[in-house]
Design a protein around this ligand. Structure first.
Ligand SMILES: Cc1cc2nc3c(=O)[nH]c(=O)nc-3n(C[C@H](O)[C@H](O)[C@H](O)COP(=O)(O)O)c2cc1C
Length: 210
């Protein structure tokens, strides 16, 4: 129940008060984001942690002027691989072998299967797939923030091309997909803070196939 209580406490904050989040809590949230499952374990994305106020101002300007972008403590930017390359796939498979300390035939066959499919696909298709993996991590970060008593705002309301330029993401083979400001709610100035959470009924969401 404790997790559910915290998820009910969480909401998409519309105003934050500038209070800093401790390094411990940020670290726990990032660890939870890292522990998210991803397709084939490739983790095809990176997370940028923006604390520089000037850069936050620039991002706010291309982020629908949303105040949480500048009034948060840490701004997470989830940026997915722009495509899957053989090098990227090999790096993750090699890392697995290194960490586990052995090579496995089934795993190597699986590596070849991915090498024979992903790199040949259209870059946009690959980016969309990679972005879906980034969103799993993003969602886990949201839940972890709530668990830590830290507020957050999921943000898709920005110009991704402009954000890529501000953070030089294209040069790194990355494309921004979603942002997550972390901080503390500004109770006085947030119009959403006391409104009831709205979700569709369980009947409309869930179908039991028995
Ligand atoms: C992918 C995604 C993008 C979102 N983008 C924005 C955004 O740009 N600005 C904002 O204020 N809320 C944004 N939201 C928040 C949603 O509007 C909010 O999660 C939804 O209305 C449910 O409310 P709750 O999160 O407060 O329970 C986004 C949520 C998600 C999951």
């Amino acid at each position: 129940m404790e997790l559910l209580d915290k998820l009910k406490w969480r909401y998409a904050a519309k105003a934050m008060n500038g209070q800093k989040v401790s390094a411990d809590k940020i670290d726990n949230i990032l660890e939870a984001a890292s522990l998210a499952p991803t397709s084939s374990g490739l983790q095809p994305f990176e997370i940028l942690v923006v604390t520089n106020q000037e850069i936050k101002e620039k991002i706010r300007a291309i982020g629908w002027n949303q105040s949480v972008i500048t009034d948060c403590s840490h701004l997470l930017v989830f940026a997915a691989w722009d495509t899957y390359t053989a090098e990227r796939i090999n790096t993750m498979f090699d890392l697995t072998n290194e960490v586990r300390g052995f090579k496995n035939e089934g795993w190597e066959n699986y590596r070849q299967m991915l090498l024979n499919s992903y790199p040949q696909k259209d870059a946009e298709v690959n980016f969309q797939h990679a972005a879906r993996q980034a969103y799993i991590s993003f969602s886990q970060a949201i839940a972890a923030a709530a668990f830590e008593g830290v507020d957050s705002t999921p943000i898709e309301g920005f110009d991704p091309d402009a954000l890529d330029e501000i953070l030089n993401l294209r040069e790194k083979g990355l494309r921004s997909c979603v942002m997550l400001p972390l901080g503390y709610r500004d109770v006085e100035n947030d119009w959403l803070v006391n409104l009831t959470k709205v979700r569709k009924s369980r009947e409309d969401l869930i179908t039991l196939v028995d």
